[in-house]
Ligand binder design. Structure first.
Ligand SMILES: [Zn+2]
Length: 162
């Protein structure tokens, strides 16, 4: 089982490389990502979170489950939505559980990318799924949800991290 990397690990701040080989290793990686995510009751996980700097994420949230490779987002509904958001890579140093904060996101997005066999995927999302897609795509650009918070709120979260 792969360990989840936590804030302070440089891999989380490194833009991930596009996936170019749709081979067995990629399929194994996706299986390992699901296993690592379910082991800690996560709802989404991006490659860098297990130390693999590749543009791939998996998700299982709001009865929608899947993976997207080389994702890109387009905004369908720019209306801001603010709700609790947390991250497996931003844990409380004492409880080791994710820290949450009210995080602003865009209400509606469409993600396009590829699946594990290199076939195009396109998923329209609102609400928690849209939030998840934005959160995971941020990971692939070396960003964390705390970067989206007002300064004071970000500081409050960061004070509790390892
Ligand atoms: Zn995260």
């Amino acid at each position: 089982m792969r360990d989840i990397r936590t804030i302070g690990d440089p891999v989380l701040r490194t833009p991930a490389e596009p996936v170019t080989d749709f081979d067995r290793d990629l399929r194994r990686l996706i299986d390992e990502m699901f296993a690592a995510m379910y082991a800690v009751d996560g709802v989404g996980l991006a490659g860098p979170q297990i130390g693999v700097s590749r543009r791939v994420f998996v998700y299982d949230i709001a009865r929608r489950k899947g993976h997207v490779i080389n994702p890109s987002l387009t905004v369908d509904d720019p209306e801001p939505m603010v709700d609790d958001e947390g991250c497996l890579s931003v844990p409380d140093r004492e409880t080791r559980t994710p820290l949450y904060a009210k995080t602003p996101r865009t209400s509606g997005v469409t993600v396009t990318g590829l699946d594990r066999l290199g076939r195009p995927v396109r998923i329209k999302a609102r609400g928690s799924l849209a939030r998840c897609f934005q959160h995971e795509t941020d990971h692939l650009d070396g960003m964390l949800y705390v970067d989206r918070l007002p300064k004071d709120a970000a500081r409050a979260v960061l004070l509790k991290t390892p």
